[in-house]
Ligand binder design. Structure first.
Ligand code: GDP
Ligand code: MG
Length: 370
């Protein structure tokens, strides 16, 4: 990721190239005058010389998260709802996610090896539902903290033999704060001491009033373990989706959110991405957080290789230069050069805020070298 040479940097800092080289060596970087330096090194050297580099970032180049694209109503098509399962520990989130996933091995999908890609899709009545596979409030909170809104509907699981617990309340608050509709799954109804009405009663305190009591919250009794009520739960999700009419434009460059990412020994950096707008294609150049790449391969939750992935589709992609973070925005650009330039600008901005403000010198033309 070369941007400017040691010589260029020395000139900008009004230093001798030998001074810069000495500084580099003291930092463990062997360099010659014509060596290209990456942005991190440039910023580090500048700060070593007591110079804070302020990079001018053209506004139109930095519209990554801020610009809300406006789609023509006519270009929008219905997309599957994206659902998160939350609730208190041991109330059955994982069991429910697993039960739903295996409920839905339709003929067409048989033989597909389920793959952990951070989310999965099920199909019921020819309609798809996307489930985020990361129960756990941290993931949800982390993504929200990073400004990512990925969930359309939250299922709050409450064990019928237990009750409304601190993390139940937390989940309710998260969903409300995010403005996401809630469906309550009263779980473990197979247990002899299950008391679903007690749960309903307790949740009225949090303004979750069941429809049969005059409220507008959907409650479904389920047993994740014995697979009871799962179909009804899925149908209720589709009902909420229908009412809210979730839509996206599939005919544009993809945009979405990184759900998970890691460094795979064999594959290199991998990211599990939820496509939210547009269609992601093999070969697309993209930015994910501060990193960039080009989609080399895409695999869905059934382990199937895809050439394209439309709105609400979770995919695992390879072809990244580095590992992004969960919650990072993901966006396709017209070419790799542009994607790289944007990710560089983002890295610089981050570096700058990390380095903090000391003495301040503006190096306006730093970017002329990119
Ligand atoms: P999580 O912490 O919310 O992910 O909860 P788990 O899915 O790990 O479930 C916690 C425990 O409750 C496990 O021992 C499950 O087998 C059990 N469990 C989950 N759902 C049910 C259910 O519907 N009925 C019964 N009897 N046990 C359940
Ligand atoms: Mg669990």
């Amino acid at each position: 990721r070369g941007t400017m040479t040691v010589g260029d940097l020395a000139k900008l800092l009004h230093k001798d190239a030998s001074e810069v080289i000495k500084k580099l060596i003291s930092l463990g970087v062997m360099a010659t005058i014509n060596q290209e330096l990456d942005m991190d090194t440039i910023l580090l050297i500048a700060s070593e010389f007591g110079v804070e580099v302020e990079v001018k970032i053209p506004v139109e180049e930095d519209t990554f998260e801020t610009v809300e694209e406006v789609d023509d109503e006519a270009d929008l098509t219905t997309r599957p709802p994206v659902v998160t399962i939350m609730g208190h520990v041991d109330h059955g989130k994982t069991t429910l996610l697993d039960a739903i996933r295996s409920t839905n091995v339709t003929g067409g999908e048989a033989g597909g090896i389920t793959q952990h890609i951070g989310a999965y899709q099920v199909e019921i009545n020819q309609k798809k539902i996307t489930f985020l596979d990361t129960p756990g409030h941290e993931a949800f909170t982390l993504m929200r903290a990073r400004g990512a809104q990925v969930t359309d509907i939250t299922i709050i699981v409450v064990a019928a033999d237990d009750g409304v617990m601190p993390q139940t309340v937390e989940a309710v608050n998260h969903a409300k704060a995010a403005g996401v509709p809630i469906i309550v799954a009263v779980n473990k109804i197979d247990k002899p001491d299950a008391d679903p009405d007690k749960i309903k009663q307790a949740l009225t305190e949090y303004e979750l009033v069941p429809e049969e009591w005059g409220g507008d919250t959907i409650f479904v009794n389920v047993s994740a373990k014995q697979r009871l009520g799962l179909e009804e739960l899925l149908e209720m999700i589709l009902l909420v989706a229908e009412v809210n009419d979730y839509k996206a434009n599939p005919d544009k460059r993809a945009r979405g959110t990184v759900i998970e990412a890691e460094l795979d020994k064999g594959k290199g950096p991998v990211a599990r991405v939820l496509v939210q707008h547009g269609t992601l294609k093999i070969g697309d150049a993209f930015v994910a957080g501060n990193t960039f790449g080009r989609v080399r391969a895409m695999v869905n939750d059934k382990g199937r290789r895809l050439k394209e992935a439309g709105p609400s589709t979770p995919v695992e992609i390879t072809g990244l230069t580095e590992v992004p973070l969960a919650g990072d925005p993901f966006m396709v650009f017209e070419d790799e050069r542009k994607a790289r330039a944007i990710s560089d600008r983002r890295s610089i901005k981050q570096r700058q805020s990390e380095l903090g403000a000391n003495s301040r010198v503006t190096l306006d033309d730093l970017f002329k070298h990119i």
